[in-house]
Design a protein around this ligand. Sequence first.
Ligand code: SF4
Length: 225
Amino acid sequence: MTNVPLPSYPFISKHDEEHKAACEERSRGLEIRLESKLQEMRAAEVTQRAHERSTEMLDRAARAKNAASKVEWLMKAIDIAVAPSKGLTACSKGCSHCCHISLDISEAEARVIHKATGRRLDAKAGIAGEEAERGISERQKRATGVACPFLSRVGTCTIYDVRPFNCRSHVNVDQDDLLCRLTTAEEDEKVARVPYLEMRHYKASYRSILGSEQRFADIRGWFPR
Ligand code: SF4
């Protein structure tokens, strides 16, 4: 990894009225517009097949003998599950807004990344159970605007093949990145407004397959710069 500092995140001022108006305009009727896009996805034959295949992958993850294999099957499952949205999302190479917000990952994933990259892992960073839940908002606050340690200077992921489950499942189904852009309002509060692909089923499976003993930390905590 390079020691050259990454460019700082270009927060939009929370007082930027033009941006605020553009976001409000976009949000109006968003649900109706997205519903027709989702109908298009659901109508595709490939979606049903993807669901069946990703369910098979989840079963394999649940039966896998060790945490690294579970992670491997979970990654396959989520990649297959999001595949039908290809071409219908705002996400594209070089767009990195979501690499500047908090990203909790499991110890199992952190170890897979450590093995693949050789990057030093702070094994003490993880916390489990209710304590991990309680610390979420503090971790979100600390991470907002701070680049993920695996983000390159040109906005690409340097660990694409082993990137975490939450990166793979974080898909904005809007027409562009307008609603993903962080404003200075996010420094004080979390603003939930991006229309992400519905992935609750997969996120719940991820948690239950890895087990309740799994420890979690923000990726910046596992891999300090
Ligand atoms: S692991 Fe890759 S995709 Fe995920 S936040 Fe970091 S740079 Fe972005």
